[in-house]
Design a protein around this ligand. Sequence first.
Ligand SMILES: *Cc1c(COP(=O)(O)O)cnc(C)c1O
Length: 377
Amino acid sequence: MKKKTQLIHGGIFGDETTGAVSTPIYQVSTYKQESVGKHKGFEYSRTGNPTRFALEELIKDLEGGERGFAFASGMAAITAVMMLFDKGDHIIMTDDVYGGTFRVITKVLNRFGLEATFVDTSDINNIKGEIRPETKAIYLETPTNPLLKISDIQAIAELAKNSGLLTIVDNTFSTPYWQNPLALGADIVLHSATKYIGGHSDVVAGLVVVNSEQLGEDLHFVQNSTGGVLGPQDSWLLIRGIKTLGVRMEETENNTAQIIAFLQKHPAVTKVFYPGLETHPNHEIAKKQASGFGGMVSFDVGSAEKADEVFSKVKYFTLAESLGAVESLISIPARMTHASIPQERRAELGITEGLIRISVGLEDAEDLIEDLANALK
Ligand SMILES: *Cc1c(COP(=O)(O)O)cnc(C)c1O
């Protein structure tokens, strides 16, 4: 089955009982048992719900794994995955991970004895020196947020395997339409489904897919024990969003290519960050491991004042956190998504005060370019 077909026919198609072509919203918490313990596969909706199950089967198929899981947010998904580890375990992580991921690791999970080292994983050599006896996993985000750095999933997963470590990949920016980390050797792939997978700025959700039955059992144990599950209504919204993920990502790619060409020529833009550019340091790896580059672009206008001027003038780019929706969004990482990262650390990472991040939406590319041209004047 090809990708676009799988988005529509993967998982569980429609409803067996009624023939409905859309999975119904099973708005229910508990299920009648014929006799004690004898039921139709569902007992209580924290443990399992048919609408959530349809979504979990779908994301499992799209990522090519053993078992899928849906959580109440991307952060709930990431936290549940971290709960696979024990006190004293150590994880090596990409240094410019999503701000919320950095926060949960360094301010919450550290209190339970989980240790982490942050390195620039776009160079595999930075990982090698950090592996210790307690190290259990390598956690990658690729492309990263907001500098669009690329890590080599296949090479790092091989290093992890040889060292007895798990490889975990946050695949939010690429989506399962462009990139499948499990096929490249990763063990766990996760998403903030709030972004491209939902696609319409109307749902907060997280998804995880694991590549083995054992990891599936372990993660289901955590999911059922800690309870951060996605509700049936939001599960349905994601199934609906996924049906158009292919056409949305293709169109995003077209719009982005045109905007990049415009930004590169503009005198007010000092630097453009995008993995699709041949000048991107890991462009070849990006091309090898993903079939598209996505709609996230960062560019530098030199100062916070200049960035503010851009924000005050744009019409179609909405100043907002988040990304991956039909509407184009614009943000300033230093003061928004990455505000929870200390300033010295932001400077180390290269997240300057004049760095603007855009999420290219599905408006007409000509309108978007005109909007940026006017704002950058
Ligand atoms: C948004 C985001 C998250 C967190 O997801 P929520 O759904 O907001 O909880 C994690 N990773 C990345 C890359 C994100 O963009």
